[in-house]
Design a protein around this ligand. Structure first.
Ligand SMILES: C[S@@+](CC[C@H](N)C(=O)[O-])C[C@H]1O[C@@H](n2cnc3c(N)ncnc32)[C@H](O)[C@@H]1O
Length: 285
């Protein structure tokens, strides 16, 4: 586990960038809920259902997974929906109100330092968030700490970049355009936990039992190239900031490259860019 002053500074910067894309996520909230439904269902199957569960969602973004849990497990359960980015939490709270879901509380929490007492949750959910922790092992140790004995955790992460062209082609094109690797090596990024062996080891090292990892095909489907491009660029964390700062010539050249990279995935119905998620589930000892 690492916790140097440099790590703390990095965490602060990364959390600010995440907060800055909350409006991009809010604008795409229906797409986020629809696209992730299969992964969410699998995550919820793994943690329940049992009456009266206390569930924590970490790295909630717009809250799609936690709100689905609250609807599925019903008013007897209580779901705490959280993210390190306050603006994301605000979007999730608004969504809960819009959907009339009342068995939900929202709060700001860092997965690496969960400000909750020990053993207060029966289950923890985290969809596509753990890989953004500077130290995911520390995040899993925190998840274990807040779980009751035999409490369950379900975490979704992206598989390898090559099987996720929905985002991989954007990284490839921006890297080619900039002349350096994007995202830079060593920083937490969407594919940081894409090695199933390492993912399993992290769970085991944190004290979890019966770790299962299931692959889920999770494509990005859009009516056309433009729709994919608008969505993915608005939601892509640090890359969104880089894209906004690009000069017009570079932006035009990037779009040309992307059109070529996306062309093989065009279908009669639009574009279908493949994606592969991995859902890891386990019990607390
Ligand atoms: C790719 S989004 C996933 C959002 C949501 N779970 C979903 O699947 O739609 C990643 C989320 O992780 C959050 N995040 C990043 N680092 C975090 C941390 N250390 N603690 C809690 N949340 C974090 C970001 O703010 C962002 O909302």
């Amino acid at each position: 586990m690492t916790n140097t002053p440099g790590d703390q500074q990095l965490r602060t910067q990364l959390h600010e960038v995440r907060n800055s894309v909350a409006s991009g996520w809010a604008a795409n909230i229906d797409h986020i809920e629809q696209r992730g439904a299969r992964v969410t269902d699998l995550m919820l199957d793994a943690i329940g259902p049992e009456p009266g569960q206390r569930i924590l969602e970490l790295a909630c973004g717009t809250g799609a997974t936690g709100l689905a849990a609250a609807r599925r497990f019903g008013p007897g359960s209580m779901v705490t929906v959280s993210d390190v980015a306050p603006d994301m939490v605000a979007v999730a709270a608004e969504r809960a109100a819009e959907q009339g879901v009342t068995n939900v509380a929202t709060t700001v929490l860092d997965i690496e330092q969960i400000e909750m007492p020990d053993g207060v949750f029966d289950a923890v959910l985290c969809r596509e968030g753990l890989m953004f922790a500077v130290d995911p092992g520390r995040g899993l140790a925190e998840i274990r700490r807040v779980l009751t004995p035999r409490g369950r955790v379900s975490v979704a992460v992206w598989g390898v970049r090559e099987k996720n062209p929905w985002l991989g082609v954007l990284f490839d094109a921006v890297s080619a355009e900039m002349g350096f690797a994007v995202p830079p090596p060593g920083l937490p990024e969407p594919f940081s936990l894409s090695d199933p062996g390492r993912l399993r080891e992290l769970f085991v090292a944190a004290g979890f039992l019966d770790v299962t990892i299931t692959e889920v095909y999770d494509p990005f489907v859009a009516p056309d190239f433009e729709s994919w491009w608008v969505r993915v660029s608005a939601m892509s964390g640090p890359l969104a900031t880089m894209l906004k700062a690009m000069n017009p010539d570079m932006a035009q050249s990037l779009t040309g490259r992307l059109r070529e990279l996306v062309a093989p995935y065009e279908t009669d119905a639009g574009v279908e860019l493949p994606g592969l998620a991995m859902v890891a589930c386990a019990y607390r000892d």
